[in-house]
Design a protein around this ligand. Structure first.
Ligand SMILES: NC(=O)c1ccc[n+]([C@@H]2O[C@H](COP(=O)([O-])OP(=O)(O)OC[C@H]3O[C@@H](n4cnc5c(N)ncnc54)[C@H](O)[C@@H]3O)[C@@H](O)[C@H]2O)c1
Ligand SMILES: [Fe+2]
Length: 369
């Protein structure tokens, strides 16, 4: 048995943002509130879309940190309620899109953000138009949002089909301004999504096909966009890869690389994609022993074996200047127990094929020297 449910209307293309007004009209939006990345306020793009849409956009906030916090959501919820918006426009990277998803649910339920992350059943949300400006998270097509609880020092995820955006406007032009290091970090997250999807207990033929295509596009184009951010064709292909990987893991969820990432971000400030990439190569090798098709997939992706694919990943991390060793992150031997326990406690760890034991996680982290 397998299932595939994907309700997001995806509009992909260079310049697609220009059609925002007609999309708003088509969705019959009366008053939209924009959650935007601060960079897009600084470079004038938020103002530009406000001018184009006239009175439909009633307000905006850019008070959203990377790895959005509960407080970021609370303050957005207050503004949205005050304005009486009937739609949210999420204009930014994964941080902004996730903040918008949680805001949309909290406003519709008229509940505390704490309730959302305490396992409350989410069954309604304001409609969201997601406009990604990084090629990375695929959050524009997923039903999940990750929030940081700074007091507890953890990242926690909410899930509900209710928070799938209504519309995703994926315009690769928006990613042209992403700096080199962020391009590398967000781009490697695409690979983490593709391989996590393939190594999920919920993987099926459709998600494997999507994940393979996303991986193929990212393997070819990520080195190009990192070395030359002005390579428009490669930028286009990375945006495509990001959304396609999102379509794959919107069904399967993520697995071990993401389970191990949350503590690295929450406690050691490692950016999301870099934190996932830290253990990704090891988990691909681990999972290939359980799912032999991964060897075939590695060959389809142009590698002799899964081991060579993992080597390539490691090599890219080195070229991109990403952290590869425990000492790079500032984790010493005494910290390892906590890091391993936190990784094991992530729900997506049990979504990986095979049974991952505490000793397996320890072995993976210990290998990063
Ligand atoms: N919901 C999901 O399905 C999902 C999946 C993966 C990751 N995430 C979450 O997404 C977040 C990470 O998102 P991200 O990797 O997109 O990074 P991000 O949204 O945090 O942005 C990273 C940096 O890039 C800048 N930026 C964004 N767009 C830009 C542009 N066009 N030009 C110049 N600078 C730009 C931002 O200001 C920020 O400094 C994490 O919180 C992660 O947990 C969510
Ligand atoms: Fe991710």
């Amino acid at each position: 048995m397998w299932k595939y449910y994907q309700p997001v209307n995806v509009m992909f293309g260079e310049g697609e943002l220009e059609n925002l007004v007609s999309h708003l009209n088509h969705l019959n939006v009366k008053k939209a509130f924009v959650l935007a990345d601060s960079f897009l306020v600084e470079n004038g793009l938020v103002k530009k879309i406000q001018q184009k849409t006239g009175a439909v956009i009633g307000g905006f906030t850019s008070d959203i940190e990377p790895n959005p916090t509960i407080q970021n959501v609370e303050s957005a919820v207050n503004m949205v309620k005050e304005m009486g918006a009937d739609c949210l426009i999420a204009f930014g990277g994964g941080s902004v899109m996730d903040c918008a998803k949680a805001t949309a649910a909290a406003v519709a339920h008229d509940c505390d953000v704490q309730d959302l992350i305490s396992g409350m059943q989410i069954n309604k949300a304001l409609p969201i138009i997601a406009i990604p400006t990084t090629a990375g998270t695929g959050s524009e097509v997923t039903a999940g949002a990750v929030l940081s609880d700074k007091e507890k020092g953890i990242k926690t995820a909410i899930f509900s089909p209710a928070i799938f955006p209504k519309l995703a406007i994926v315009d690769p032009v928006l990613t042209y301004s992403v700096p080199k290091k962020v391009t590398a970090i967000t781009g490697i997250d695409v690979l983490a999504h593709a391989f996590d999807a393939m190594t999920s207990k919920k993987a099926n033929d459709v998600t494997d096909a999507l994940a393979l295509q996303a991986a193929k596009l990212a393997i070819k184009n990520l080195p190009k966009v990192v070395s030359n951010g002005l390579d428009k064709k490669a930028r286009n292909q990375m945006s495509k890869a990001s959304t396609i990987a999102g379509l794959a893991f919107s069904q399967t969820g993520t697995t071990a690389s993401h389970a191990c990432s949350y503590i690295l971000t929450a406690k050691y400030n490692v950016p999301h994609g870099e934190a996932c990439a830290f253990t990704l190569d090891s988990w691909i090798k681990f999972s290939a022993k359980i799912k032999p098709e991964l060897e075939e997939y590695a060959q389809l992706l142009g590698f002799e074996t899964v081991d060579r694919l993992a080597d390539w990943l490691n090599h890219q991390k080195a070229i991109f200047g990403l952290k590869r060793n425990l000492s790079d992150i500032g984790i010493n031997k005494n910290d390892l127990k906590d890091v391993v326990e936190a990784s094991m406690s992530s729900a997506n760890m049990t979504n990986n094929i095979g049974e991952i034991k505490q000793s397996d996680v320890l072995k993976v982290f210990e290998s990063k020297v």
